[in-house]
Ligand binder design. Structure first.
Ligand SMILES: Cc1cc2nc3c(=O)[nH]c(=O)nc-3n(C[C@H](O)[C@H](O)[C@H](O)COP(=O)(O)OP(=O)(O)OC[C@H]3O[C@@H](n4cnc5c(N)ncnc54)[C@H](O)[C@@H]3O)c2cc1C
Length: 386
């Protein structure tokens, strides 16, 4: 199935060639074993795809979010799942845009070469959930260190990362004027931290994400690992979240095309009542509708990329792209499963695997309700509901 023609042929061809070495059977085995696609992520890293956003001067490819999003889209479109590795792409933004020159020189060349992995970001907490500004993890300055105490939940890929971006309160909620003030971000060296104030407890859950609970008990972080100014962390992390939402929109679009491709192929081949099932409009229309919605979401995804890459405000567009794409991929998943009838549930068709994987994106990294609330309040000027 043909997405709108674009200028990214070389990237698409390159990622597709790599993905061809990791066929459906590879991801099916990872799914069955509830494993992690190490070999696939290593191959992507070695080929330089995960260093797309790192500027040339630090050893990366110096590409923009649009290109990075095409890489993520193609992985999902080929039947894989970018959830295993997308963290590096969006975490990069925080370091690139707000890190000091010294921090960039210290970390970026290693990340670009694959020596260091920046796959994790610790924001969500068990008792505050989506209400991020109420987070309870604290980082208190003591001389040349910060002492971190608290807890995080759902933190992905800690086992597959050397570094983690951490959001913590450096000034208590009661002392700040605006609730988004008083939070700071840090780079945590996971090898130094685990066992020395940081305990990691894996959560058995959906494949590819390898999420964890984190417990901080007087973890010491060198003050030089603070990114940007103390107290401005929430503002900085929003940039990263806009990149994350846009990249995930692209992944959903990749999934959406995968579902439509598979469904159209099956609908042409499967003969029931002496004719291909795809001859029935009851089978055609849900697929046509899903395709239209994916194409529309795709336009919003590129609009968000364009604004992000021009360093213009893109909160509304990033959120809308994520909303539209997650909804479209889910509808495509449903239509694809229905088209396959009983075979949609057979693992060898990969539909039920991708169906489960794409459903996540209406919940994480931000739920659909919270996107609607953002648009209602920040775009339409309606009263705040919380
Ligand atoms: C596989 C996976 C990987 C993840 N990886 C990471 C990670 O790497 N780092 C990280 O920091 N976090 C991560 N998360 C956490 C994720 O960002 C949160 O799960 C998500 O933001 C929702 O928060 P919550 O689960 O606490 O839901 P809650 O905040 O408890 O919300 C539950 C439901 O209630 C709804 N709701 C809550 N308040 C309102 C309201 N005011 N109005 C309307 N509806 C409302 C929400 O929309 C949601 O549907 C991950 C989650 C998953 C499942």
């Amino acid at each position: 199935m043909n997405a709108s023609p674009d200028r990214f042929h070389d990237i698409r061809d390159g990622v597709r060639a790599l993905c061809a070495e990791f066929p459906d059977s590879y991801f099916r085995k990872i799914d069955e074993a509830r494993g992690y696609p190490d070999a696939f992520v290593d191959a992507l890293t070695r080929a330089g795809w995960l260093a797309a956003l790192i500027p040339l001067e630090y050893g990366g490819s110096g590409l923009g979010l649009a290109e990075a999003s095409v890489i993520m889209e193609e992985i999902n479109r080929c039947g894989g799942n970018s959830g295993a590795c997308h963290g590096q792409m969006y975490n990069m933004g925080t370091l690139l845009r707000h890190g000091s020159e010294e921090q960039k020189r210290r970390y970026l060349p290693g990340i670009a070469s694959g020596e260091l992995r920046l796959q994790s970001m610790g924001v969500t907490e068990p008792t505050t959930g989506t209400d991020t500004t109420k987070l309870k993890t604290t980082a208190q300055r003591k001389g040349d260190r910060y002492i971190v105490n608290g807890q995080k939940v759902w933190i992905s890929r800690v086992q597959h990362s050397d570094l983690m971006i951490l959001l913590a309160r450096t000034t208590s909620f009661a002392e700040v004027k605006r609730k988004s003030d008083g939070m700071s971000i840090f780079i945590v060296d996971l090898h130094r931290a685990i066992g020395h104030g940081l305990t990691v407890q894996p959560i058995a859950n959906i494949v590819n994400h390898e999420t964890n609970e984190l417990f901080f008990d007087s973890l010491e972080i060198p003050a030089e690992n603070l990114i940007g100014e103390e107290g401005k962390g929430f503002k900085y992390i929003l940039d990263g979240l806009n990149a994350e939402r846009t990249l995930i929109a692209a992944e959903c679009i990749g999934d959406g095309y995968w579902f439509i491709d598979r469904a159209a192929k099956y609908a042409n081949e499967r003969i029931v009542f002496d004719r291909p099932i795809g001859k029935n409009q009851g089978v055609q229309f849900p697929l046509a509708e899903a395709y239209i919605e994916i194409e529309a979401a795709n336009l919003m995804r590129f609009r968000a990329c364009e604004l992000f890459d021009a360093r213009k405000p893109c909160g509304a567009e990033a959120n809308m792209a994520k909303y539209l794409a997650a909804k479209a991929s889910w509808e495509a998943a449903n239509a694809c499963l229905q088209t396959h009838g009983g075979f949609g549930f057979a693992s060898e068709y990969d539909v039920e695997r991708k169906f489960r994987e794409t459903r996540l994106y209406q919940v994480a990294p931000i739920s659909t309700n919270l996107i609607l609330s953002y648009i209602a309040e920040h775009v339409l000027g309606l009263p705040r509901s919380f």
